[in-house]
Design a protein around this ligand. Structure first.
Ligand SMILES: *Cc1c(COP(=O)(O)O)cnc(C)c1O
Length: 324
């Protein structure tokens, strides 16, 4: 286990009860605001980056290469942390500069070098090619995988599990489950590893936003084995892939209407790529009776507000007009 990390996230993040939704669902629904970890570095990625960037500094790297979607929260957070620590930052993103808003805008403003690739191109190959180029140019680069999801980054969510345990004691609650979105698996791996190391019954339930449950389960197992090769029992890894909908960063009108309803009912803005899908999944599963054996349910808001693109904002405006 790694011991050293930066302290750049605003921790602990608060947990509070969603009163109106708890009442309508007949459960005690709590939310943990990991979207409050910061502004430039907001969301779940900064918990991972605290460990990753410490590792980079400790090992003498001067340049980072990472990758993601054009709307990547991880890329934006990495760009901001690199600016803060004077590390050269290269982002390999799938998409075009026409989508110059949200995270892409923030990442370039923070000084990141953006390398665009075709939607079908391999991100790993592009990272390898750039790695060689930068090395030949005299740099000492370090590659962070998409989403910062590897054994180093997962430490951030092992810590988050410990933080939740402390908050449970202080609040005199025991959560029957901890629920959140899964996009590259690092958050899941950390929380599951934290829970399993503490030998507790709390279920760790991930809602996939892009790939199927099997793919994520394998990814999570891979990360956990890198953390501790002695872990051999993985039955309690629970990933639900029934709420991906139209796919990564795509939204149906029904989903958008759900986000509007939650915003107006609870004052919480879910993001359209991750937390929206996961939270909608949780509410649907509760309604279908799949949480009947649970009373206290925690949802982690992992951030992502910058994912509201022009296209989605316009559609929400339309829905609001239709509702009026
Ligand atoms: C990346 C991300 C997730 C998913 O976390 P992973 O560790 O990649 O599975 C969830 N929510 C938001 C807002 C994210 O940016």
């Amino acid at each position: 286990m790694l011991q050293r990390k930066l302290n750049i996230a605003n921790l602990k993040t608060p947990i509070y009860k969603l009163e109106s939704l708890s009442q309508s669902l007949g459960k005690d629904i709590y939310i943990k605001r990991d979207d409050y970890t910061g502004t430039e570095i907001s969301g779940n990625k900064v918990r991972k980056l605290e460990y990753t960037i410490q590792y980079v500094l400790d090992h003498g790297y001067d340049t980072i290469i990472t990758t993601g979607a054009i709307t990547s929260n991880h890329a934006r957070a990495t760009a901001a942390v690199c600016a803060q620590y004077n590390i050269e930052c290269h982002l390999i993103l799938r998409g075009t500069m026409a989508e110059y808003e949200g995270n892409l805008f923030l990442a370039t403003m923070s000084g990141a070098h953006v390398h665009l690739i075709e939607p079908i191109a391999s991100r790993e190959e592009a990272m390898d090619t750039l790695y060689i180029e930068l090395e030949e140019g005299g740099k000492t680069p370090f590659k962070i995988p998409a989403g910062g999801s590897d054994w180093i980054g997962a430490h951030g969510y092992i810590d988050a599990y410990e933080e939740i345990l402390e908050q449970e004691i202080a609040m005199e609650i025991q959560f029957d489950s901890i629920n959140f979105a899964v996009g590259s698996g690092g958050t899941y791996a950390g929380l599951w590893f934290g829970k399993t190391s503490n030998n507790l019954a709390t279920q760790i339930i991930g809602y996939a936003v892009n790939k199927n449950a099997e793919t994520f389960k394998n990814k999570v197992i891979e990360i956990i084995k890198d953390l501790d090769n002695d872990t051999t029992s993985f039955e309690t890894i629970l990933i639900n892939d029934e709420y991906i909908g139209l796919g990564y960063s795509q939204a149906t009108d029904e989903e958008l209407q759900f986000y509007i309803d939650i915003a107006q009912q609870e004052g919480i803005i879910l993001d359209p790529t991750y937390t929206g899908k996961a939270f909608r999944g949780l509410v649907e599963e509760i309604k279908q009776g799949h949480y009947d054996d649970q009373q206290s349910i925690l949802f982690i808001h992992t951030g992502g507000l910058q994912g509201y693109t022009q296209e989605i904002r316009t559609r929400i405006q339309q829905l609001l007009l239709e509702n009026a």
